[in-house]
Design a protein around this ligand. Structure first.
Ligand code: UGA
Length: 454
C-alpha cells in the first residue's frame, strides 16, 4: 500500500474518526482544529466525545507517530515529516443548517481562504462533510487553482459506532470531475476492500442526502406503521421481523422510536427539501417523512397523557415524570436534535414536572476530561440513577435505547414510583418483566399494550 500525507481539517466526529482511521491504515495524518484547548487535549489523548474505540485509536496512532494535532489549517501545512507537503486535504468542518434549511458553508469557505493558495500543486481537496449539491464545484471556484483537484467523498459512519463503520464500510463513494484525483482518494481506502463507487462530484454529494433521507423515510414509515398496528391490533415487532426477511427491505433500521434525531438526519432531510425546492421539484414524500417525525413527538406526549390521566385531553399539570435517556440515541453523549429533549419540552409546556437520567452523564462518565457531569440538561434536572429519577413519578418514560434500561431492576423502580406506568418509546424493555414487577407497560404498536386506551 502507498502511504499518503493527509491533512484533516476539523476534529469533530467525522474529522477525528477520519484522521485516526486513515492513520491506522498506514497514512501520515495531521489533524487541524481552530480550538486550541481541544487540540491540546487531543495531543494528550483526551477525546471529548463518547465514541467507542476512538480514544484508544487516537492514542495508539499518536504514539505510533502517524497521527498529530495542530491548531489551525495553516499550521498543518508545514507539519509533515521532512517538511513535505500534504497530498490530500480532507475538509471535515461543520456544515450546520442555515436559514431555510440550506447548509451553512462558512467553515468550508474559511479553510479555503486560509490555505487554498498555499497548497502544493497536485494536492487533492476532499469534501467529507455533508454539503449541498454543487459544493465541490463551488469549492473549486473558491480555490481558483487549476492544479488542485476537488473531490467529494461523503462519509456514512454513525455516531456510537464511528470507528467500526469507518473501517468496515458498506461502500466508499468518491466523486470528482477529475478521474485521477478520484482514484487517488479511493486508493487511500484500498486496504478496506469495500465496494467503491466512482462518480461525478454532484452525484456523490447527492448520494449522501439520498442515503440519509431514505433512512429517515424508513423510520417514519415504521413509526407510522406502529401507529397503524395499535389501531388494528397488530404487533410492530412481528411486522418488521416479517418484512425484514425480505432482502430488498432488510432487518436494519426498522425499530420504532420517539422519532429520529441527531445532528444528521434532521439537517439533511431539510437540506434536501431545500435542494428540491430550488430545483422546482415538489418532494412530497420527503416532506411527509419530516412531518411524520414531528408528529411522532406529539404522539408520544399524547400516549403519556392517556396513560397517566386515562383521557386523551387529560391535564399533565404538575404530573411528575421520569425520563430515562436524553441523548438522541444510545451509545453517544450527543444531545443535538434529540427526540427525547423535544418530547421533554412538549411535556414541560403541558405543565409536567420532569426528572431525567442518562448513563452518558453520570459521575465518572468517560472522556469528560475531569469536567463534572451536568446537573440539568435543557431545564431537565438530572438524577444520579434511574431509581432516583423514578422516585415519586407518575410515569417512567424510556426515551433512548441504552442497553442498561433493559436490565434495570424494575422491581426496585416499582417501589420508587407513585404510579406503576412505564412508557417505553423504544420497545426495548421486556413487557413481561415489567408486568412481573407490577408495572404497566406501554410501548409503540405492541400487541397487548391496549389496556390503557380510553
Ligand atoms: C446517520 C446515518 O445513519 C449515517 O449513515 C450517516 O453517516 C450519519 O447520519 C451522518 O450523516 O453523519 P447518526 O446520525 O449517527 O447516523 O444516527 P443513526 O444511527 O442513523 O440514528 C438516527 C436516529 O434514528 C436516532 O434518533 C435513532 O435513535 C433513530 N433510529 C435509528 C430509530 O428510531 N430506529 C432505528 O431502527 C434506527
Amino acid at each position: 500500500m502507498f502511504a499518503r500525507r493527509v491533512m484533516v481539517v476539523g476534529t469533530g466526529y467525522v474529522g477525528l474518526t477520519t484522521g485516526a482511521c486513515l492513520a491506522s491504515l498506514g497514512h501520515e495524518v495531521v489533524c487541524a482544529d481552530i480550538d486550541a484547548a481541544k487540540v491540546e487535549r487531543l495531543r494528550r489523548g483526551v477525546v471529548d466525545i463518547v465514541e467507542p474505540d476512538l480514544a484508544e485509536l487516537v492514542a495508539e496512532q499518536t504514539s505510533a507517530g502517524r497521527l498529530s494535532f495542530v491548531v489551525g489549517a495553516g499550521a498543518a501545512l508545514g507539519s509533515f515529516e521532512d517538511g513535505r507537503p500534504a497530498e490530500v486535504l480532507f475538509l471535515c468542518v461543520p456544515t450546520p443548517m442555515g436559514a431555510g434549511g440550506v447548509a451553512d458553508l462558512r467553515a468550508v469557505e474559511s479553510v479555503i481562504e486560509e490555505v487554498g493558495a498555499e497548497l502544493a500543486p497536485g494536492t487533492v481537496v476532499v469534501n467529507k462533510s455533508t454539503v449541498p449539491v454543487g459544493t465541490a464545484a463551488r469549492t473549486a471556484e473558491l480555490l481558483e487553482r487549476t492544479d488542485v483537484a476537488v473531490v467529494s467523498n461523503p462519509e456514512f459512519l454513525r455516531e456510537g459506532s464511528a470507528v467500526k463503520d469507518f473501517l468496515g464500510p458498506d461502500r466508499i463513494v468518491v466523486g470528482s470531475d477529475n478521474q485521477d484525483a478520484a482514484e487517488r482518494v479511493a486508493a487511500l481506502y484500498a486496504r478496506l476492500g469495500a465496494p467503491t463507487v466512482l462518480t461525478d462530484a454532484a452525484s456523490a454529494e447527492l448520494m449522501k442526502y439520498a442515503a440519509n433521507c431514505f433512512l429517515a423515510m424508513k423510520l417514519s414509515y415504521v413509526n407510522a406503521m406502529a401507529e397503524l398496528c395499535e389501531r388494528v391490533g397488530a404487533d410492530i415487532g412481528d411486522v418488521t421481523e416479517g418484512i425484514g426477511y425480505d432482502r430488498r427491505i432488510g432487518q436494519a433500521f426498522l425499530s420504532p422510536g420517539p422519532g429520529w434525531g441527531g445532528s444528521c438526519l434532521p439537517k439533511d432531510t431539510h437540506a434536501l427539501l431545500q435542494v428540491a425546492d430550488s430545483a422546482d421539484f415538489e418532494f412530497r414524500l420527503l416532506r411527509a417523512t419530516i412531518d411524520t417525525n414531528t408528529r411522532q413527538r406529539q404522539r408520544i406526549v399524547d400516549k403519556v397523557r392517556l396513560a397517566v390521566t386515562g383521557k386523551r385531553t387529560g391535564s399533565l399539570s404538575r404530573v411528575r415524570l421520569a425520563l430515562l435517556g436524553l441523548t438522541f440515541k444510545a451509545g453517544t453523549d450527543d444531545l443535538r436534535d434529540s427526540p427525547a429533549l423535544a418530547i421533554a419540552a412538549l411535556l414541560r409546556q403541558a405543565g409536567a414536572e420532569l426528572v431525567g437520567f442518562d448513563p452518558a452523564f453520570v459521575e465518572g462518565s468517560k472522556n469528560r476530561d475531569g469536567a463534572a457531569p451536568p446537573t440539568e440538561i435543557d431545564g431537565v434536572p438530572l438524577a444520579a440513577d434511574a431509581v432516583s429519577a423514578a422516585q415519586g413519578a407518575e410515569a417512567v418514560l424510556v426515551l433512548t435505547e441504552w442497553p442498561m434500561f433493559r436490565t434495570l431492576d424494575w422491581s426496585v423502580i416499582a417501589t420508587a414510583v407513585k404510579r406503576p406506568i412505564v412508557i417505553d418509546t423504544r420497545n426495548i424493555v421486556d413487557p413481561a418483566t415489567l408486568r412481573r414487577a407490577g408495572l404497566t407497560a406501554v410501548g409503540l404498536g405492541r400487541r397487548g399494550d391496549g389496556d390503557i386506551a380510553e
